[in-house]
Design a protein around this ligand. Structure first.
Ligand SMILES: [Zn+2]
Length: 522
């Protein structure tokens, strides 16, 4: 027996540098350089904004306002980074920071705050997470949380294929989403509060805002099940505590109370958002109804929302998704067209629209929209339907690559892609999908043990027993053996190899070459 070379182990060496934390001034081991941090943030900011709700484009002046407050704090932060602040189109109360200073706050958190000082407290806290390398450190420890991924606000009904976007993001594309759903440690939360308040004070805000905000959070987290969206949102990554309230009170004593609170300024800035909030409440209720399969109620609510705020693209998009689920692709296309026209920067409308175009038979338009959607956020449905377009064009290699990508997703569509992959690849490589091994029966006859490793049932399997020399070259081959039964995925069968008895010592030289197999017809 030769030792396969695959047993050789590859050892990756990481060169670590010792550095000083830019916020706390403490010495620490740093595996990720400052340039890499900025790079991580820049690479992931776009797709993460997409997966967390997309930019809120209906009130661009609101993002300008949030950015102006954020930049005031960034100007006094201990670390200069290319800070950016955006408002995302999600009702989940949440805010997050990526390494490199890329920060986002949901409209669902903005409507819960009362003063500009509280907004400054949220943004200052996120600035510290980025500046003090909290996210980068988590990456270094590879402790990025896998569980509890929540993407509640995404209209990914997509013809009833799958409703959970988390499972639909392709490997790599989900990295940013994992980073923003990471749970920060107790020390990091205290550090983010403390330095955030220091920046508030330096930027002219009353740091007391961080105390009232934390008190509100503790109260909301204590209300338990009623506040599920909070628990899924901000509280999952930034757990509130009485310890933080106490620590923040001490920080106020240290930095000094006083400064701008900005209750009136905040109310004025938030009024346009609060005015249209009822439309988003209807949209959220429509999503919940669609999730329960009540498409009639979902259509009614989404229609009402669209009437209230005709400039919001997400509302016609949901109407498109409902039409798609009802197998009316032409009607869906007109809704998606409207959604894209209103907001040309959100992946979801292109994705649903591309699926609708494919189902309506316009494959060129389907390819164009699906490609655009994958550019904004790579997802399994986009890869799967682009795979279908490539397959239909006869581009087998292109289709195989796309199905392979889609098959990495743990979703129905991932399974469909895996099945298409087998269908396309099986004629060329049947041996990839059937594992074989020789075995001796009690009477000494050679048996073939064969197992279906494909995601589909296989039939018409033909295998040839061969003998190989020490280098693996075939030196003899016997007559092919046909397997009569259909092998279900994972099923194993043992059949007589048709060559009679074989000695124990010859057994290691025997292999089986899989000649043909077909996907079994139902
Ligand atoms: Zn935090």
């Amino acid at each position: 027996m030769r030792i396969p070379s695959s047993l050789l182990t590859l050892v990756a060496l990481v060169l670590a540098a010792c550095g000083t934390n830019p916020v706390t001034g403490k010495r620490e081991v740093q595996f990720i350089s400052a340039a890499e941090e900025v790079q991580i943030g820049e690479k992931n900011y776009g797709p993460t904004r997409q997966s967390e709700g997309g930019d809120f484009t209906v009130l661009p002046e609101l993002t300008n306002y949030v950015n102006s407050v954020g930049q005031k704090l960034a100007a006094v932060a201990d670390r200069k980074l290319p800070y950016e602040f955006v408002v995302l189109n999600s009702s989940v109360p949440n805010a997050w920071a990526l390494p490199g200073g890329k920060i986002a706050i949901n409209r669902g958190l903005l409507t819960e705050l009362d003063t500009e000082a509280e907004l400054a407290a949220v943004l200052g806290h996120e600035i510290v997470h980025a500046a003090a390398r909290h996210g980068a450190k988590a990456q270094e420890r590879a402790t990025i949380m896998q569980a509890g991924m929540q993407v509640a606000q995404i209209g990914a009904v997509v013809g009833g294929v799958d409703a959970n976007l988390t499972n639909l993001m392709l490997q790599g594309a989900g990295a940013g989403a994992q980073m923003v759903q990471m749970k920060y440690g107790r020390d990091q939360e205290l550090e983010a509060d403390r330095y955030g308040m220091k920046y508030m004070k330096a930027a002219g805000y009353d740091p007391t805002g961080a105390v009232t905000l934390q008190e509100t959070f503790v109260r909301l987290s204590g209300e338990g099940a009623k506040q599920k969206s909070w628990l899924d949102g901000l509280f999952a990554s930034h757990p509130p505590s009485m310890e933080r309230v106490e620590a923040n009170r001490k920080s106020v004593a240290e930095f000094g109370a006083g400064g701008e609170i900005g209750a009136d300024a905040y109310a004025t800035r938030l009024k346009p958002l609060l005015d249209i909030k009822p439309a988003y409440d209807k949209y959220d209720a429509a999503m919940a109804a669609a999730g329960k399969g009540d498409l009639g109620q979902a259509r009614k609510l989404a229609g009402e929302a669209a009437k209230l705020v005709p400039q919001e693209g997400r509302f016609p998009q949901l109407l498109g998704e409902i039409a798609l689920a009802e197998k009316k692709p032409k009607e869906a296309i007109s809704y998606y067209q409207k959604a894209i026209q209103l907001n040309p920067g959100y992946f979801g409308s292109y994705l649903g629209g591309g699926v609708a175009q494919y189902r309506a038979g316009d494959k060129a338009k389907a390819e164009q929209w699906l490609t655009q959607s994958a550019k904004l956020l790579p997802t399994a449905p986009a890869a799967y339907f682009l795979g279908n377009v490539a397959r239909d064009k006869g581009d087998t290699q292109g289709a195989l690559k796309l199905y392979q990508a889609a098959a990495t997703s743990r979703s129905d569509i991932g399974q469909n892609a895996a099945a298409e992959l087998v269908r396309l690849d099986l004629p060329q490589h049947p041996g990839k999908y059937l594992a074989t091994a020789p075995q001796l029966a009690q009477n000494g006859r050679l048996m073939l043990v064969i197992e279906n490793r494909a995601a589909l049932p296989l039939s018409d399997i033909q295998v040839t027993p061969v003998m190989v020399d020490a280098s693996g070259n075939i030196v003899r081959q016997a007559n092919p053996v046909g397997i009569r039964q259909v092998l279900k995925p994972g099923e194993r069968a043992a059949v007589d190899a048709g060559v009679g008895a074989v000695s124990q010592q010859n057994l290691p030289a025997i292999r089986f070459r899989v000649d043909t197999a077909k996907v079994a017809q139902d």
